[in-house]
Design a protein around this ligand. Structure first.
Ligand code: IPM
Ligand code: MG
Length: 377
């Protein structure tokens, strides 16, 4: 029975990953780095359209640092669905090598073939990159000022259902099995990142979200490790919730403004952050950071919108989410860049007020968005 051998191999790989995590030496200090290379990955669909705006905006905002050689904006080519299918690699080897030469990445959306759409069953490029670059924390802020909501989600980004998402097995004609993985090291580093953020930013509440009543081993471990880490942060109030009721809590205006920092395993984090982003004004309005110790990647939370391209309305794609991701990147680079982040944020807030970008081929174009931002920077 070959799937028994497959399973043994999977277990061994995951145990090896645990050993690698044990050896990890901690986060890069960007402030003391002489040169920071920012790789810019267009992606596909509307990706090139919104990246064109983001690149022009960053070029202006960071002109000084680019001039002195402290920063480089480097175009990374080839992470397109066409090239990936041609090479039959989720992230083609030469593209991955180029990516690994960078420190930080700003990434447009990349198309993932779905089951039954006639294309080869490639893994999501996001998932591959998060795994290859060990980007363990997916950090997603959501703010709704009129409701006094200021949330930040720490989603585990390399484990759970995603670690082996493309490695499930069709056991027979009638049955399939997928795998879910939780490790102590993987959970601990995420929980610590969330609690450190809470402490550094004066947040008083951290909520842990699982389904540990059902997924007793994986989510059970996740929850108990988060609670252990919490003990080191006595000043912070910790509660834990099951993901179903948390989905309800988010839209309960009597209590939702009380939540501050969330810690979630991968899949629940995926779902809950789309819900939260929708409350903020749509999944196109949120930014997303994928943070590891060596690398970090910043991306728009939305997909590649192939329909907009098919309908010929790609020029109406909204670069706001990708630009929000760029702000998170600037903040990640340390306090030396926070002024620039603030400046860009102010202009983006203005753009959100003044421009109208519903994404249906009416309203303002990406080009107009870019001009609006460049003029006010
Ligand atoms: C996200 C996306 C991805 C995910 C997809 C594109 C694989 O939904 O970043 O939230 O599920 O993580
Ligand atoms: Mg998602």
């Amino acid at each position: 029975m070959s799937y028994m051998e497959d399973f043994a191999k999977i277990v061994k790989e995951q145990l090896d990953r645990v050993e690698r995590m044990k050896e990890d030496t901690g986060a890069t200090d960007f402030a003391s780095k002489e040169k920071i290379i920012i790789g810019m990955i267009d992606g596909d669909g509307i990706g090139p359209v919104i990246m064109e705006s983001a690149r022009a905006i960053l070029k202006k905002l960071l002109a000084e640092e680019i001039e002195t050689g402290r920063l480089e904006l480097r175009k990374i080519q080839g992470l397109t669905i066409e090239n990936r299918i041609e090479k039959m690699e989720t992230v083609p080897g030469d593209v991955l090598a180029a990516i690994k030469q960078c420190d930080l990445l700003l990434k447009g959306p990349t198309t993932t073939p779905g089951r039954g759409d006639g294309r080869p069953n490639l893994e999501s490029a996001n998932v591959t990159l998060r795994r290859e670059l060990d980007l363990f924390a997916n950090v997603r802020p959501v703010k709704i000022p009129e409701k006094d909501i200021d949330w930040i989600f720490y989603r585990e980004n390399t484990e759970g259902e995603y670690a082996l998402g493309s490695r499930g097995v069709d056991i027979s004609e009638d049955m399939s099995i997928d795998f879910k993985v939780t490790t102590r090291q993987g959970t601990e580093r995420l929980a610590r990142a969330a609690f450190e953020y809470a402490r550094a930013n004066g947040k008083k509440n951290v909520s842990i979200v699982t389904k540990a009543n059902i997924m007793k081993k994986t989510d059970g471990r996740f929850l108990s490790i988060c609670l252990q880490v919490a003990e080191e942060y006595q000043e912070i109030k910790v509660d834990d919730w099951y993901v179903d009721i948390m989905a309800a809590n988010l839209i309960d205006d009597k209590i939702n403004s009380g939540f501050e920092v969330f810690i979630l395993p991968n899949l629940y984090g995926d779902i809950i952050t789309d819900e939260a982003a929708q409350m903020q004004g749509g999944v196109g309005t949120a930014g997303s950071a994928n943070i590891g110790n060596r690398y970090a990647m910043f991306e728009a939370i939305h997909g590649s919108a192939p329909r907009m391209i098919e309908e010929g309305i790609g020029e109406y794609a909204n670069p706001a989410s990708l630009c929000r991701a760029a702000i998170m990147m600037l903040r990640h680079m340390g306090s030396g860049f926070s002024n620039k982040a603030d400046r860009l944020e102010k202009v983006l807030d203005q753009a959100a007020e003044d421009l109208n970008m519903p994404g249906d081929g009416t309203g303002n174009t990406a080009e107009e968005f870019k001009a609006f931002v460049l003029e006010r920077l």
